[in-house]
Design a protein around this ligand. Structure first.
Ligand SMILES: [Zn+2]
Ligand SMILES: [Zn+2]
Length: 99
C-alpha cells in the first residue's frame, strides 16, 4: 500500500468530518480534495466527507463551497487541518505537505 492509500484509508475510516461534528457518529466517507486556485491535486489537502456532505446533499461542498461553509459553520481549511492533525496523531506526515 502506498503512503497515499494509507492516508486515504485513515481519513476515510474516521468517517465524515461534518457528520462527526453534528454528532452523527462515524459515517462512511470519501476523500474530498481542497483545491487551491490552480493548485495540483497532488498537493491538495484532504478531508473525509460522506456522500450527502460531499456531493448529494443540498449543502454539499461541491454544490457551493460558500454555502457549505456558512451552513456548517466551518471552512474547508478547518476540515483539512483536522485531517492533518489526525494523520500526525497516527505518526503520518500528510502527503500534501511533502513537496
Ligand atoms: Zn456527512
Ligand atoms: Zn470533493
Amino acid at each position: 500500500m502506498t503512503a497515499e492509500e494509507r492516508e486515504n484509508n485513515l481519513i476515510a475510516s474516521h468517517g465524515c468530518q461534518i457528520c462527526r461534528r453534528l454528532g452523527y457518529g462515524i459515517t462512511p466517507a470519501n476523500i474530498h480534495h481542497v483545491r487551491r486556485c490552480g493548485g495540483k491535486r497532488k498537493y491538495a489537502p484532504k478531508t473525509g466527507l460522506c456522500k450527502i456532505h460531499h456531493q448529494d446533499g443540498p449543502f454539499a461542498v461541491h454544490r457551493g463551497r460558500i454555502t457549505f461553509e456558512k451552513h456548517y459553520n466551518v471552512t474547508e481549511w478547518d476540515l483539512a487541518e483536522e485531517a492533518k492533525q489526525l494523520l500526525l496523531a497516527h505518526g503520518m506526515t500528510p502527503t500534501w505537505e511533502k513537496k
